[in-house]
Design a protein around this ligand. Structure first.
Ligand code: F6R
Length: 613
């Protein structure tokens, strides 16, 4: 979590750092700060709270210089306060650090430094880093050597950016493990550093990504990447195709609302170049899926966290039904410690929007060590989840900024469906007619998603009525059971309303005891193979006095009769129905949170990339 930025060049660093932090605020918003080299001295401005606090402070007490670093914090050690905000300055006042990650052995290091007489000015784990660097520079080492030696002492995963008043021509950045990325962008006579692409997309599209155990020495004209042992490394320069405007809110009130509405475009892009409607075939070249590998697979384990894991649950039904391969879905934080049973005939497929989630990356590493084939479905270009994999599918959603994931949920649903068809094709589980029908159904997606979005106002009106509920129960079955989980997650994370999801058939085994007038039930009932079962579940809830919201297929009078409130979705093949059914639930959660006056894009306690365990 946390966002870090850096700038070195000829322009005023302060506005560039502030605009980079603005785009990284989704990574943490407990405090923010920046350090700029002004007249040979390091000037720091930092404050608790959101970036607007820092901007106001900088307005009051301006600071200008051509080199600077900044940070937006998601607190782990030490409460959110100005004192604990980054950057952290060393005792000499000549070295300053911003840090993303957790220094796992910080207590030990802090004690060691305190015994040596080092005074501490914060309660953070990060502050030890700057003191270690200064200590390492004590013997006449320069900044680069100081950073290298200091990093040897740290346990845990880290991204750091360091600057020294005595070496104003450079910034040093380093990455150890999976604490979030370090991206370096090339300008003309200027260079940019950030934890994520959108922060610097406005200035450059030419970027390199630091790998774990690498550090970079960045001057205004060059970057030298080396391992922590000092060996020079050639990094691949990527040209990023994302549109910088995609990282702006535009006419929408919130990023989440904008991103919900972007789903027509993101799903059109998801299909583009991958679907041959004439032949009824799918192409996913970056997956490196050969016919031999297709035959060899005995089991697929999908691993992910949160919303991405819900997408995986839908994918299980798709792949099992279409390609007839057994699929397990395992939450990454569980999988990594399970001593999972995988071998070279198992594919472990990770799904991640950020490509940085620590648990997901650890699960991929665990799978690799145990000999599995590792794939990923990932949004952030060049992220670790993309690079760690033997093959990947790149979500075509562009940057997702709202903390609650929306367009990065529907894209992997379609990716998983395409993967299922491709695997089915390679393994001969599909007749040509069935394959063509399955592929043909994809053609409808963008239009039907658009029709769901056109009904935003109907959903908003229900949200207005329901905005003060205290609890909700979401029910679904079969392929739409994970959509109940996803709908409930969206509601709780942005509106702070307690929402639970259940496979509807489990109701009678306990949760039905909860149902009364104060526990509205939202039942997902499209016309799919579980339709009749769901209808009887609604009847059971109604019989106990429950207020029922029903999500049904256009024209379903039977569902409408049972509903206190209804959300409609257009007809589509049942296998693709989750792509549509989730949309009213995203809109519903968005408007409830909006009516409650909450900070939709930056809900409390959350951050977009979860780079800690
Ligand atoms: C919920 C949400 C999270 C993420 C989860 C995994 O709206 O966004 O549950 O889905 O933290 O993140 P990624 O996909 O980046 O690995």
């Amino acid at each position: 979590m946390c966002g870090i930025v850096g700038y070195i060049g000829e322009k005023d660093a302060t506005p560039i750092i502030l605009s980079g932090l603005k785009r990284l605020e989704y990574r943490g918003y407990d405090s923010a700060g920046l350090a700029v080299l002004q007249d040979g001295k390091i000037e720091i401005r930092r404050d608790a709270g959101k970036l607007s606090q820092l901007s106001a402070l900088v307005n009051d007490q301006p600071v200008h210089g051509k080199v600077g670093i900044g940070h937006t914090r998601w607190a782990t050690h030490g409460i959110p306060s100005a004192r604990n905000a980054h950057p952290h300055l060393g005792t000499t006042g000549r070295v300053v650090v911003v840090h993303n990650g957790i220094v796992e052995n910080f207590l030990e290091l802090r004690e060691e430094l305190a015994v040596e007489g080092v005074p501490f000015n914060s309660d953070t784990d990060s502050e030890v880093i700057v003191h270690l660097i200064e200590r390492s520079m004590g013997g006449g080492n320069d900044l680069v050597e100081g950073v290298r030696l200091a990093l040897r002492n740290l346990k845990g995963a880290h991204g750091i950016v360091v600057m020294s008043a005595d070496e104003p021509d450079k910034i040093v950045a380093a990455r150890i493990g999976n604490a979030g990325g370090v991206v370096i962008g090339f300008g003309e006579g200027e260079m940019f550093i950030a934890s994520d692409i959108p922060a610097i997309l406005e200035y450059t599209r030419k970027m390199i990504f630091l790998e774990s155990f690498q550090m970079a020495v960045i001057t205004k004209d060059s970057v030298t990447v080396q391992t922590l042992d000092g060996k020079k490394v050639e990094s691949q320069v990527h040209s990023i195709s994302w549109d910088p405007v995609a990282a702006e809110k535009g006419e929408y009130r919130h990023f989440m609302q904008k991103e919900i509405h972007e789903q027509v475009r993101s799903l059109t892009d998801t299909l583009a170049g991958r679907v041959d409607f004439e032949e009824g075939r799918i192409r996913l070249p970056e997956l490196n899926l050969t016919p031999e590998l297709g035959q060899q697979i005995k089991k697929i384990i999908i691993t992910a966290c949160g919303t991405a894991a819900h997408a995986g649950m839908v994918g299980k039904t798709m792949i099992e039904r279409i390609a007839r391969i057994p699929v397990e879905v395992d939450i990454a934080s569980e999988f990594r410690y399970r001593e999972p049973l995988v071998d070279e005939n198992t594919v472990v497929l990770a799904i991640s929007q950020s490509g940085e989630t620590a648990d997901t990356l650890a699960a991929m590493e665990e799978a690799r060590q145990r000999g599995a084939v590792v794939w990923s479905i990932v949004n952030a270009i060049g992220s670790q989840a993309m690079r760690l994999a033997d093959g990947y599918i790149s979500m075509q959603t562009g940057p997702e900024i709202g903390v609650a994931s929306t367009k990065a949920f529907t894209a992997p649903l379609v990716d998983l469906y395409m993967l299922a068809v491709l695997l089915g094709d390679l393994r001969g589980t599909l007749s040509a007619d069935v394959r063509k029908k399955l592929v043909g159904d994809l053609r409808l997606i963008p239009d039907l998603v658009g029709r769901c979005l056109d009904r935003e106002d109907d959903v908003r009106q229900v949200a207005r009525v329901m905005k003060d509920v205290r609890n909700m129960l979401y029910l679904g079955r079969g392929i739409n059971m994970p959509i109940a989980y996803e709908g409930a997650l969206k509601l709780k994370e942005i509106s702070y309303i307690h929402a639970e999801a259940y496979p509807a058939g489990e109701m009678k085994h306990g949760p039905i005891a909860l149902v009364d007038r104060d526990m509205p039930v939202l039942a997902i009932v499209p016309r799919d193979p579980w339709y009749e079962k769901m209808i009887s579940q609604i009847e059971q809830a109604k019989a106990r006095g429950g207020c029922v919201l029903v999500l049904a297929t256009d024209g379903d009078d039977r569902a409408a009769e049972l509903a206190d409130h209804i959300f409609w979705v257009p007809e589509i093949s049942w296998m693709l129905s989750p792509v549509l059914t989730v949309i009213p639930l995203q809109i519903f959660a968005y408007h409830i949170a909006s009516y409650r006056g909450l900070d939709v894009d930056q809900p409390r306690n959350l951050a977009k990339s979860v780079t800690v365990e």
